[in-house]
Design a protein around this ligand. Structure first.
Ligand SMILES: [Zn+2]
Length: 86
């Protein structure tokens, strides 16, 4: 049985989604949050974060879009219920 494995994966993905929602930005892994890369004597600005030293974590944008849509849907439903009452 792989039920435990599936439950573990579900729990991990739920934790990942919550983590991405709470902290959508993280330190840049490319330049290790220095903003530039040591390349011989030159130190060009990091292309990944463009010198910002942090990046938006992949997936966080999608999660925020989904949460916004759900909230808007709930507001619309609440408005509809109020209008429906006599
Ligand atoms: Zn960087």
């Amino acid at each position: 049985m792989h039920l435990h494995l599936i439950l573990l994966l579900l729990a991990l993905s739920a934790a990942r989604v919550g983590f991405l929602y709470l902290s959508p930005f993280g330190p840049c892994p490319k330049c290790k949050s220095r903003g530039n890369i040591q390349r011989g004597k030159r130190r060009p600005v990091c292309l990944r974060c463009k010198g910002l030293r942090r990046i938006q974590r992949p997936g966080s944008r999608a999660i925020h879009r989904i949460v916004r849509r759900v909230r808007q849907g709930r507001q619309a439903a609440a408005r509809y219920q109020r209008e429906d009452r006599p």
